[in-house]
Design a protein around this ligand. Structure first.
Ligand code: NVA
Length: 295
């Protein structure tokens, strides 16, 4: 089947076939090679995109801005205070207005429903730069990294430690199931992913000769893993009140030397970032000991 993604929004990987994801990964690798060799191309000169951030960002914003500059695009950044969306202007109105001025819209914010609604009314492609449920642009970067490290994706054992119900846990489960990696979520039961999404992913995985497993057992999660992945324990937008209980719940699932030793010497560690390494950030300093466990 030929792949044609023209005009298609990028809202979640569930909307894409393995062949389409493969196409996007190969395209990304080509652009990365062009970048490394210093080849200037400006393939999309004359087009304009808008980056709509309702939550803060370092990597996603910079990735979009640098990619936009490399492609020759005009890029407008709207920060969390910079748009009227959802405040003075409805989502459909915002979508229609931006869709008339821009050739594409990137959105980072709170709900998946919102990015889906934007895409419904924009008339141009919308790219999800993170919502509460999914973070699909991060998936392309992570799959590309895994493939660069191991030379393949199919058959790799991938274990996610941490809050498996969040955007990263969900997205990685879908990404692995689509691309043939055996996915394990290693977390306390309270933080297992949504049962319906697990079932969907298990069906997808069966078609792609891989598995989706949930476990509370750290040994089972780590043993034999090629990739150990974790995320920040408290995500953007979650209230301060959850910190203490969350840290208590996730402390046994901390990725540390023991976990990496269980996985074995060939395993790699990945993290979507941000993460707290110490108390040299304002939040880290405020949270003290608890934050250090969030590595
Ligand atoms: N789960 C994290 C991912 C950050 C890239 C968050 O939503 O804050």
């Amino acid at each position: 089947m030929p792949v044609n993604l023209h005009g298609k929004s990028y809202l979640k990987l569930l909307d894409f076939t393995p062949a389409e994801i493969r196409y996007l990964l190969d395209l990304s690798r080509n652009f990365k090679d062009l970048k490394r060799s210093g080849t200037v191309h400006k393939y999309l000169e004359g087009k304009n995109i808008v980056l709509l951030f309702e939550k803060t960002s370092t990597r996603t914003r910079c990735a979009f801005e640098v990619a936009g500059a490399d492609l020759g695009l005009g890029v407008t950044y709207l920060d969390p205070a910079g748009s009227q969306m959802g405040k003075k202007e409805s989502i459909p109105d915002t979508a229609r207005v931006l869709g008339r001025m821009y050739d594409g819209i990137e959105y980072r914010g709170f709900s998946q429903e919102l990015v889906e609604e934007l895409s419904k009314y924009a008339g141009v492609p919308v790219w999800n730069g993170l919502t509460d449920r999914f973070h699909p642009t991060q998936m392309l970067a992570d799959l590309l990294t895994a493939e660069e490290k191991f030379g393949r994706l199919k058959g790799l054992n991938f274990t996610y430690f941490g809050d498996a119900r969040n955007n990263m846990g969900n997205s990685l489960m879908v990404a692995c199931a689509k691309m043939g990696l055996n996915f394990t979520a290693c977390a306390p039961k309270a933080l297992f992913p949504d049962a319906e999404l697990v079932q969907t992913c298990q069906k997808i995985a069966a078609d792609n000769d891989c598995t989706v497993t949930l476990t509370e057992d750290v040994y089972r999660g780590a043993a034999g893993a090629d990739i150990i992945y974790t995320d920040i324990w408290v995500s953007m937008g979650e209230p301060d009140a959850v910190w203490e209980a969350r840290i208590k719940l996730l402390k046994p699932y901390q990725v540390n030397r023991t976990v990496m030793d269980l996985a074995g010497s060939g395993a790699i560690f990945m993290h979507c970032l941000p993460s707290f390494h110490d108390t040299r950030t304002t939040v880290g300093a405020r949270r003290g000991r608890g934050c250090r466990s969030d590595r």
